[in-house]
Design a protein around this ligand. Structure first.
Ligand code: SF4
Length: 412
């Protein structure tokens, strides 16, 4: 048994499309870390840059795990389930160490999603998922890799492709302010070194909303950053956050976000509906009344308004578990099909909307975690009618409470 296996640093926060990508941390956490709605790095971790030697050491750790997965014929298993079972066997000698590490963070509500330090199980399963997913994609994190120089980036990408020639596509998260600031030639150098796509957290095109949320960006920076990205020949993917304007600025949020999209023409728009997470400044604002959350129906109407106002050719995805509806398609061509889906929900009675929401959230939870947790089962218990989990919930108040609980436990 090879005792030289070691964990490496994983980007636990990455776009859903990169779930099966190899991830390499070039920076740790977020240098901005001030967005009011964002729970990911607050109180958990400080920002730092990693040196090229540090990154190289991780590439070597990944290489050793990868070699072992090949040597032990885990990658040629007859099914994914068997591959994961064999990988579990492989890490058994380290079981004690892994348990000790997991226990230290188990009291943290955020720990299932975000671990500042990865253990060996995370590392082995990460490499395994990447290989089983084809081994072609690599995400270079964390929150804003555009703060790095093109030279550093080029060096990293060359080292990754030398060690893992199967990697064909690199992607990053970036802030539009960083892209707007970068000389065009540098973004072109990123592309020439192998970068394929930048995922931007646009969230909103309304300066009022961006300012209230302390996003540190403006509509103009969004437009400039996206345009420059496309000019450099890179794919531009933007995350929009329905509900971020709350009840008060919902209309403005939809209208201004559509304007920014029309002026910047991203290749992809991804919806990630607002969820107010514990311990965030936004939760404090919601509690003291300075932010009034938009009801689900208003958020869905806002998405309709957004779609109506988008005129450019782009692709819309709802690939986050935070979304109530899965609205996908090419714009503007698929607008009618999107309206039909949205209007089916909007035409429901108020009670029908709540029941729809509960079932949709339960389905998302099941999809994300492969089952329900004890916490959720206990909350549902008084209402369960049979073994098929048919529910009888009398009051709207109970429905809302259950929906809120499940939403707060979904990874966005
Ligand atoms: S820039 Fe992104 S990661 Fe950083 S605080 Fe804002 S939303 Fe969170």
């Amino acid at each position: 048994m090879n005792r030289s296996l070691e964990p490496f640093e994983i980007c636990h926060i990455r776009p859903p499309t990169e779930n099966n990508s190899l991830t390499i941390r070039l920076t740790r956490n977020c240098g901005w870390n001030r967005c009011s709605f964002c729970p990911v790095y607050k109180g958990h971790a400080v920002f730092s840059r990693r040196t090229i030697d540090d990154v190289q050491a991780d590439i070597e750790r990944i290489g050793r795990i990868d070699d072992l997965l090949h040597q032990e014929a885990i990658l040629s298993s007859s099914s994914q389930a068997e591959a994961f079972k064999k990988a579990e066997e492989l890490i058994r000698p380290w079981e004690k160490e892994i348990k000790k590490h997991s226990a230290s963070s188990s009291d943290d509500w955020f720990s299932p999603w975000f671990k500042e330090e990865s253990d060996l199980r995370d590392s082995v399963f990460h490499v395994l998922s990447w290989r089983l997913g084809g081994g072609e994609t690599c995400f270079l994190g964390d929150a804003d890799s555009l703060i790095l120089s093109a030279d550093f980036f080029t060096d990293v990408m060359a080292r990754v492709t030398k060690s893992f020639p199967s990697v064909k596509r690199f992607t990053v998260y970036g802030r539009t302010a960083s892209a707007a600031r970068k000389p065009l030639e540098e973004l072109i150098a990123f592309r020439e070194a192998g970068l394929h796509r930048i995922h931007f957290g646009l969230e909103s095109g309304s300066d009022k909303v961006l300012n209230f949320m302390n996003k540190g960006e403006t509509a103009e920076k969004h437009i400039k950053g996206c345009r420059k990205t496309k000019e450099a020949g890179l794919s531009c993917s933007v995350y929009i956050m329905p509900g971020l304007g709350g009840a008060e600025w919902s209309e403005e949020h939809g209208r201004e976000t559509a304007r920014v999209i029309n002026e910047s023409s991203p290749d992809f728009i991804r919806l990630r509906t607002l969820e107010i997470f514990p311990e965030t400044p936004l939760q404090a604002a919601a509690l003291n009344g300075s932010f009034r959350e938009a009801p689900e129906e208003q958020v869905v109407s806002e998405i309709r308004q957004l779609i109506e106002a988008i005129e450019v050719d782009t692709v819309l995805y709802s690939d986050s578990a935070s979304n109530l509806l899965t609205v996908n398609g090419r714009l503007p061509h698929n607008k009618e099909a999107m309206y039909r889906l949205i209007d089916r929900y909007l035409d429901l009675t108020p009670r029908g909307k709540l029941e729809f929401s509960l079932m949709a959230r339960l389905t998302s939870f099941h999809g994300q975690y492969g089952g329900l947790t004890q916490e959720i089962l206990t909350a549902l218990q008084p209402f369960i009618l049979d073994e098929h989990l048919n529910l009888a919930i009398a009051s709207d108040h109970e429905l809302i409470r259950l929906i809120r609980l499940i939403r707060s436990r979904l990874m966005p």
